[in-house]
Design a protein around this ligand. Structure first.
Ligand SMILES: [Zn+2]
Length: 383
């Protein structure tokens, strides 16, 4: 992945902090006066460990954990951080014409210049992770008011970037950014919506990193973590492994087929979920123990989902769509599936195109886990 480099405003004290230096007490004083802490509840007050850079994966992960859980450590990370910016759930991306446009990151200093005086970066940003390259730069995400059109235009103009709808944006960014982008989207939406305790209705307060919300009532003290819903999504093959079964929901654009998918019910295993969804949506019985988990990724809707991608086998020869959700179920030969994949590879925006020919069959574009499953299945057949 290419490194994104931005230049901080040298007039800001933050930009003088070399990533390779430990923060001494004088610099701490500058940071404390510059970052408003008024509405941040300190969940932990232990002395922060050294702020020295990590140089291996375990150190990086442990430093991430400290930033998430220790408010002082998180506030110290802000001045050297890069930020993904969202407006009404729409991420800010580079203005490029084709695919592989990464999110446009900004520095703390740039944000201070762009945002109104009364906007607290600390209170409106959430920590995501350390970028595992170079100096382990902390990556945060923050949301700016979508109704402030003047501010949005200023951000787009100054940074030479644009806010895009998240769904098409997911198919534009390089794969290594998609999980971060969807995770940030879900985390910011959670902060926007989760304002009161489920038990006693008292206001919730956040920790510095934004990874925990806590009930403000002393007699309750509930804590809340960001929700993620598990989803089983499966490519169903016949037992001879010569055909793949895909479905068409009525809501899909004309010509598009995809894999069977659904939320894991409480108490269900992934295997049980996949077997149930295959029966419900496609009317086929899954062969026990045939499930192969090929991978997983995060998806931003509805509130944040972990999509677990599987291949399962069936002996059912004649599938049947459920009448209220699925419009069609269809076997694809490897050649037919390869054609459908090539069509969307050539035109990744096909699902949003108007006046599509329903006889031109295609599958979800790169970035969707269904695309990965189909591509993997074809790769196994050297296609
Ligand atoms: Zn409560």
């Amino acid at each position: 992945m290419g490194r994104l480099i931005f230049f901080a405003n040298p007039a800001k004290a933050w930009s003088l902090l070399s990533p390779s230096r430990c923060i001494n007490s004088n610099v701490k004083a500058v940071i404390s006066s510059a970052i408003p802490r008024s509405s941040i509840v300190s969940f932990s007050s232990s002395t922060s460990p050294s702020f020295a850079r990590s140089n291996n994966a375990i150190e990086r992960i442990r430093r991430q954990q400290r930033i998430k859980e220790n408010d002082d450590e998180c506030l110290k990370a802000l001045p050297e951080a890069k930020f993904m910016i969202y407006a009404g759930g729409r991420p800010l991306l580079y203005k490029l014409d084709d695919r592989n446009r990464p999110p446009k990151l900004t520095t703390f200093s740039q944000l201070q210049d762009l945002l109104p005086e009364n906007n607290s970066i600390a209170n409106s940003s959430v920590f995501l992770r350390l970028l595992d390259e170079g100096d382990d730069v902390p990556l945060f995400a923050m949301s700016v008011p979508k109704q402030d059109e003047q501010l949005l235009e200023k951000i787009e103009s100054v940074l030479n970037a644009r806010f895009y709808d998240i769904r098409p944006a997911l198919f534009m960014v390089p794969p290594e950014w998609s999980g971060l982008m969807t995770g940030a989207s879900s985390l910011l939406r959670w902060h926007k919506n989760a304002k009161h305790c489920w038990t006693c209705k008292s206001p919730l307060t956040r920790n510095a990193s934004g990874c925990v919300l806590k009930c403000s009532s002393d007699s309750c003290s509930n804590t809340f973590h960001p929700p993620t819903s598990p989803v089983g999504i499966s490519l169903i093959e016949d037992v001879d492994k010569t055909r793949a079964l895909l479905i068409r929901q009525a809501m899909y654009p004309p010509g598009m087929y995809s894999c069977v998918a659904g939320f894991v019910d409480p108490g269900e295993s992934l295997e049980e979920c996949v077997a149930r969804e295959a029966a419900e949506e496609a009317g086929v019985e899954v062969v026990p123990d045939s499930l192969r988990l090929l991978g997983s990724h995060h998806w931003p809707v509805p509130a944040g989902s972990l999509m677990m991608g599987c291949v399962v086998a069936t002996e059912t020869e004649n599938p049947s769509p459920c009448d209220h959700e699925i419009e069609a179920v269809r076997w694809f030969t490897p050649t037919e599936l390869k054609n459908a994949l090539e069509i969307v590879d050539k035109n990744p925006k096909l699902r949003w195109a108007k006046d599509k020919d329903p006889d031109i069959l295609f599958v979800p574009p790169r970035g969707a886990i269904a695309n990965t499953l189909i591509r993997s299945w074809l790769n196994e057949r050297r296609l």
